[in-house]
Ligand binder design. Structure first.
Ligand code: C5P
Length: 201
C-alpha cells in the first residue's frame, strides 16, 4: 500500500521523444508507471521522490535544459512498515499516518545552478494561471507549463492535454490535442523564447 497519484508519465515521455527527434541527448528519470522509452534515451527508473531527487542530482552535470514533468508527491509517509499492519494490533478504530515533506526536486535543481534552463509543470485544479505564475516565481523557474488536472479528459492519465506555457515574455495557450503534439509545440516555443541562452551552449 502506498500513497501516489495516477500520473501516466506520457507527457514527459512525449517531450523526451520530441527532443530526441531534434538531435538532443536525452536522459529520463522515470517514476514507476512511465511507459517504455526509445533505446537512445538514457533511462533511470526510480520509485520514490527521494530516489528521484538523488538520481536527478547525479545526472545534472552539463545539462542545458532540465524539464520537470513528474507529478512528485510533496509528502511521504514517515515510517514505512516492512510488514502488514494488522487490524488486531491497533486498539484505535481510526488510523493516522504521519507525513513528512519531500524535497522539492526542481527547486533544488534551480538552487544547484547546474542546469542552463529549468522548466517545470504545474498541476492545478483551480485558479490555474495565478497559481502557476506564482509557482514559477517561487521556485525560480525559467518557464512553467500549467495544466488543469480537474478535467479528467486531459492531463493526468489521459492521451490529451491542454496547457498554457508561461515564460518571461508572455503566455501561450495550447488547446486540447495529443500529448505528442503538445510536446512539439512546447519544444518549438522553448527554442524560440530562450534562443539566446541556448545559443551560448
Ligand atoms: O505538483 P506541482 O504542480 O507543485 O509541481 C510543480 C513542479 O515542481 C513540477 O515541475 C514538478 O515536477 C516539480 N516538483 C518537484 N518536487 C516536488 C514537487 C513538485 O520537483 N516534491
Amino acid at each position: 500500500r502506498y500513497i501516489s497519484n495516477h500520473s501516466s508519465g506520457l507527457q514527459g515521455l512525449s517531450i523526451a521523444n520530441a527532443a530526441l527527434a531534434r538531435g538532443a541527448k536525452v536522459s529520463v528519470i522515470a517514476g514507476p508507471r512511465v511507459p517504455e522509452s526509445n533505446s537512445s534515451i538514457k533511462r533511470l527508473n526510480v520509485t520514490t521522490a527521494l530516489e528521484m531527487h538523488d538520481a536527478v542530482h547525479q545526472h545534472l552535470d552539463g545539462v542545458d535544459v532540465f524539464i520537470g514533468v513528474a507529478a512528485v508527491a510533496d509528502y511521504r509517509v514517515e515510517a514505512i512498515k516492512d510488514k502488514k499492519i494488522k487490524r488486531a494490533e491497533t486498539q484505535d478504530p481510526n488510523m493516522s499516518l504521519r507525513l513528512v515533506e519531500n524535497p522539492d526536486i526542481i527547486a533544488s535543481v534551480v538552487a544547484s545552478k547546474s542546469a542552463g534552463l529549468v522548466i517545470g509543470f504545474a498541476a492545478e485544479t483551480h485558479n490555474s494561471l495565478e497559481y502557476a505564475r506564482s509557482k514559477r516565481q517561487r521556485k525560480g523557474l525559467d518557464a512553467i507549463i500549467v495544466n488543469d488536472v480537474s478535467d479528467h479528459d486531459i492531463g493526468f492519465n489521459s492521451q490529451d492535454n491542454e496547457v498554457t506555457f508561461i515564460h518571461p515574455n508572455g503566455e501561450t495557450r495550447y488547446p486540447r490535442q495529443s500529448k505528442g503534439q503538445i510536446a512539439e509545440h512546447l519544444l518549438d516555443e522553448i527554442i524560440s523564447v530562450f534562443s539566446k541562452q541556448l545559443d551560448k551552449k
